[in-house]
Design a protein around this ligand. Structure first.
Ligand SMILES: C[S@@+](CC[C@H](N)C(=O)[O-])C[C@H]1O[C@@H](n2cnc3c(N)ncnc32)[C@H](O)[C@@H]1O
Length: 609
């Protein structure tokens, strides 16, 4: 599978070069080789970035950096290794000031669809927000609502008494109100993490649905470096929540102090980014209408406008956004990679090589858990076994992986065998031409993507490869797919294999020969010359169809490849069906030629050399 995402940078951030001020030399052992790469933004919107009013949606160029690192909401240590520290994830946090309507939870879906056009419409950000304390059980809401005419203090106390009656049949102290401390203890025990909307101190003690990221203080030469927990990409906070001594004021609104307290669960409907700093009177008519309607209802709490802080974290941003910000201005962002099982396989340009570990880390972060290893191809494939020289850049170092193709499972070790997922379509096309009466010879079978898939369709398969590792995986894969009884495996040179097969009693049964070694396969066709010369020409023989692959850089690739086939067979009249498989490099085609082995070739005398 190929993921194609090569992007040109639309607008680049200020220069980020490795050895300069943008590096965080916090980890001595690491910095010798790869320093931490960080973004350097000011805490306000950068003036040289595109006007935020003109571009809609979140961007690393917009918003501000959090005044207090989000990682200060720390409570759990997380193990880190050097690779984890390569990128300063904190530097990708961006805060956006958003306005929201606090609405009763039960009405939020109806209001969401009514106000749809006015709500925040950012990728991956839900426009229904949850904050600590927005959940109150129905029973409790009812209980609290019954006391709505009483003073706060009285109400809270009566709430506890009623609750105790409900739980125990009577309250502690036989109906007498509890002391403030006991009262809070009781609530904490009884309500657990719910129901504290009415009890301000509990709000701080227990907060469900906390979206704040968990981080660790890493002992790093006395200087703590903090990390966020993976998978959480945003934090929503109501700004007023933080006001000293009024921790629930924002949560409950101005009405909290008066008669109309919130009774029950609430949700935040995040308004479009344009309304972040607007007052009620500046909001669109539709929103004002909803607020007025609600206010006119005597029983329910008022819908209120609240200010929120939405922090988008490293995990929020897409791979290309992070890479674009990390790499020097003007550099093409390398986000194209091929995948083989859990391995992302890059083919980086020279200019990317100094940044290869950072690029790999971002690709790993953004494609987990599917991608577990990121490798870069060091050199063009040159060896006989067509294996790649790979450098592991990030993740686990195992190059043994599993691939599923055409419903079959293949185990491959990219360090020792050939595999190319890009050929899956071509393999499928070839397989579609096989029938159950066919007997297939796969001369260069590798770990078996053609041979094993063919075995599902045809009568019998003879599969061969020169690489002993490929043969080992071929056997293993035949077993994994329960097709081993239909496949006979050989480990020899392709030319010898062709001779051996056609010299044996299997010769008559073979109907298809596959030769998928594009670099040289055409030259192996000479093995067919005189292959049946020892047999009588009168013998009943249906000659096999040969499918041979090749590369050509010629202006007329079909003609060029045909010529090579004719030369190898020493036969001019070869009726070939030719097709272009794919462009493997600029001006270089991979082709497949299919033809029936000419009788004149099969029965020819050996050519003296
Ligand atoms: C391009 S790969 C194709 C493998 C398989 N058909 C596939 O699609 O994955 C070519 C295979 O030919 C094998 N090979 C190279 N030279 C060979 C030779 N002289 N005889 C037999 N196999 C050879 C390599 O080990 C490699 O597995």
């Amino acid at each position: 599978m190929v993921t194609k995402l090569f992007l040109l940078r639309p607008h680049s951030l200020p220069l980020f070069t490795l050895p300069s001020k943008f590096l965080f030399p916090k980890l001595p052992s690491l910095t010798k080789r790869f320093p931490i790469l960080s973004l350097s933004f000011s805490t306000t919107t950068h003036p040289q970035f595109p006007d935020p009013d003109l571009s809609y949606g979140p961007s690393l160029h917009k918003g501000t950096k959090p005044p207090t690192p989000i990682s200060d909401f720390t409570d759990q240590p997380i193990e880190q290794d050097e690779e984890e520290n390569l990128i300063d994830e904190e530097s990708f946090s961006r805060v956006f000031n958003i306005a929201a309507l606090r609405v009763p939870a039960k009405d939020c879906f109806a209001l969401e669809s009514r106000l749809r056009g006015h709500l925040l419409n950012w990728p991956r950000v839900r426009n229904i927000g949850r904050v600590p304390g927005d959940e109150v059980e129905d029973d409790l809401a009812e209980l609290l609502a019954n006391n709505s005419n009483q003073s706060n203090e009285e109400e809270d106390q009566n709430g506890v008494v009623s609750l105790n009656r409900r739980v125990y049949g009577k309250s502690d102290g036989d109906g007498e109100p509890l002391s403030a401390v006991l009262y809070r203890e009781k609530l904490a025990k009884t309500f657990d993490s719910r129901g504290y909307v009415n009890f301000r101190n509990l709000a701080k003690m227990s907060r469900p649905n906390q979206k704040k990221r968990r981080v660790t203080e890493e002992d790093n030469g006395g200087e703590g470096r903090k990390r966020n927990r993976k998978g959480e990409f945003s934090v929503l906070e109501v700004v007023e929540d933080e006001e000293e001594g009024e921790d629930l004021k924002g949560l409950l609104g101005d009405e909290f102090q008066g008669r109309k307290r919130w009774r029950g669960s609430t949700r935040l409907l995040l308004l479009d980014e344009r309304y972040g700093d607007k007052g009620v009177e500046e909001l669109p008519q539709a929103i004002q209408a909803v607020m007025k309607e609600n206010a006119s209802k005597s029983m329910g709490p008022a819908i209120e406008l609240v200010r929120c802080r939405l922090t988008l974290l490293y995990d929020y941003w897409q791979m290309n956004e992070i890479l674009e910000a990390l790499l020097p201005e003007g550099m093409i962002v390398p986000s194209a990679f091929e995948t083989v099982g859990h391995i992302a396989h890059l083919n980086l340009r020279d200019e990317h090589l100094p940044y290869r570990k950072f690029i790999a880390k971002v690709i790993l972060d953004k494609n987990k858990p599917k991608i577990q290893t990121v490798v870069n191809k060091i050199d063009a494939i040159q060896n006989d076994y067509r294996t790649m020289q790979l450098e592991v850049l990030a993740g686990n170092h195992s190059l043994v992986t599993k691939v599923v193709e055409n419903g079959l499972r293949f185990q491959v070790d990219l360090a020792t065998v050939y595999w190319n997922s890009r050929l899956a379509t071509e393999r499928q096309r070839l397989l579609n031409s096989f029938t159950r009466n066919d007997v297939v010879c796969d001369v260069f079978s590798g770990v078996g993507p053609i041979a094993i898939s063919a075995a599902k369709i045809v009568k019998r398969v003879y599969a061969n490869d020169l690489n002993p590792h490929a043969v080992e995986y071929l056997q293993r894969n035949s077993g994994i797919n329960k097709l081993d009884r239909k496949i006979k495996v050989f480990n020899m040179d392709g030319r010898r294999f062709i001779s051996a097969m056609f010299a044996s009693d299997k010769a008559k049964s073979i109907t298809q020969v596959v030769m998928n070694l594009p670099k040289d396969a055409a030259e192996y066709l000479d093995a067919f010359r005189g292959i049946l010369r020892d047999r009588s020409k009168d013998e009943e023989f249906s000659l096999p169809m040969i499918h041979v692959y090749g590369f050509s850089k010629a202006e007329d690739p079909e003609f060029d490849f045909h010529q090579r086939i004719r030369i190898a067979l020493s036969e001019v009249a070869v009726d070939v069906e030719m097709r272009r498989v794919r462009l493997v490099a600029p001006g270089k085609w991979m082709l497949c030629a299919s033809f029936i082995l000419p009788k004149s070739v099969a029965f020819s005398k050996p050519v003296d050399v």
